[in-house]
Ligand binder design. Structure first.
Ligand code: HEC
Length: 104
C-alpha cells in the first residue's frame, strides 16, 4: 500500500508546476558562466592560455573540475576558475563533463 502510494506520487511530482527538470550540460555551461572563459563552443577560450574543453574525456574533465574546485589542482591559472566553482555541484560537474565529451 505504502509503495503504491509512492509509485503514484512520482509522476504527479514530475508534472507539478514549478518543479523543473535538472539542467542539462549546455544549460549549466551557460548558467554557471563557463562560457565566459571557455567560449560558446567550448573551444574558443577568451585567452589563448585558457584550455579548450570540447572533446575532452568526460572523466578527465570531471576530475579537473573537482580538483580545481577543491584546490587540489592549483597551477597555471586555476585561480581564475576556482572562484566560481563553489556554485557548481559535483553532479552538475558530471553533467557538464559528459556533455563536453560529446563535442568535437
Ligand atoms: C574565470 C574564467 C573561467 C571560468 C568562469 C571557468 N573556467 Fe574552466 N578553466 C579556466 C582556466 C584559466 C583553466 C586552466 C587553469 C590552468 O591554467 O591550469 C580552466 C580549466 C578548466 C578545465 C581543465 C581543462 C584541462 O585541459 O585540464 C576544465 C574541465 C574546465 N576548466 C571546465 C570549466 C567549467 C565546466 C566551467 C563552468 C562550471 C569553467 N571551467 C569555468 C578558466 C575558467
Amino acid at each position: 500500500m505504502k509503495y503504491q502510494a509512492l509509485l503514484l506520487a512520482v509522476p504527479l511530482f514530475a508534472l507539478a508546476p514549478g518543479v523543473q527538470a535538472a539542467d542539462d550540460g549546455p544549460a549549466l555551461y551557460l548558467k554557471k558562466t563557463c562560457i565566459a572563459c571557455h567560449g560558446k563552443d567550448a573551444k574558443t577560450p577568451i585567452l589563448p592560455t585558457y584550455p579548450k574543453l570540447a572533446g575532452q574525456s568526460a572523466d578527465y574533465a570531471f576530475n579537473q573540475m573537482k580538483d580545481i574546485a577543491s584546490g587540489a589542482r592549483n597551477n597555471g591559472q586555476t585561480a581564475a576558475m576556482k572562484g566560481i566553482m563553489h556554485l557548481v555541484s559535483e553532479e552538475e560537474m558530471r553533467t557538464i563533463a559528459n556533455w563536453l565529451a560529446t563535442l568535437q
